[in-house]
Design a binder for this molecule. Structure first.
Ligand code: ZN
Length: 103
């Protein structure tokens, strides 16, 4: 008899866990049946192949946005689609002309 479980717990069906992960930007649901120890091992293996929790993926996206240069008048700039790596401010100044801030 295992000293990890009481008799009652052994009679229960194994617990089932569903984990939501992000792997290479794809959301994936992983089902794990078994003990919490098995869940921990599964999480460890998932991390080793580069899976992250959805909250962590969201955080990474937010940090990418924060890298945008800041216009002193309007806040974060937008990246140029024509010239990636260059940034412009898409807002207008008080007089109606486009903001000329660039980075
Ligand atoms: Zn601006």
């Amino acid at each position: 008899m295992s000293d990890e479980y009481t008799q009652d717990e052994q009679n229960l069906p194994p617990p089932r866990f569903t984990i939501h992960i992000i792997l290479d930007d794809f959301p994936i649901d992983v089902q794990i049946v078994g003990s919490a120890k098995r869940l921990r091992n599964a999480l460890k293996s998932l991390r080793e192949i580069g899976a992250v929790a959805p909250a962590a993926a969201r955080q990474a996206r937010t940090e990418r946005i924060r890298e945008a240069p800041i216009c002193p008048y309007h806040g974060p700039m937008k990246e140029s689609t024509k010239r990636p790596g260059t940034w412009y401010c898409s807002h207008k100044m008080g007089d109606g002309s486009y903001c000329k801030e660039r980075a």
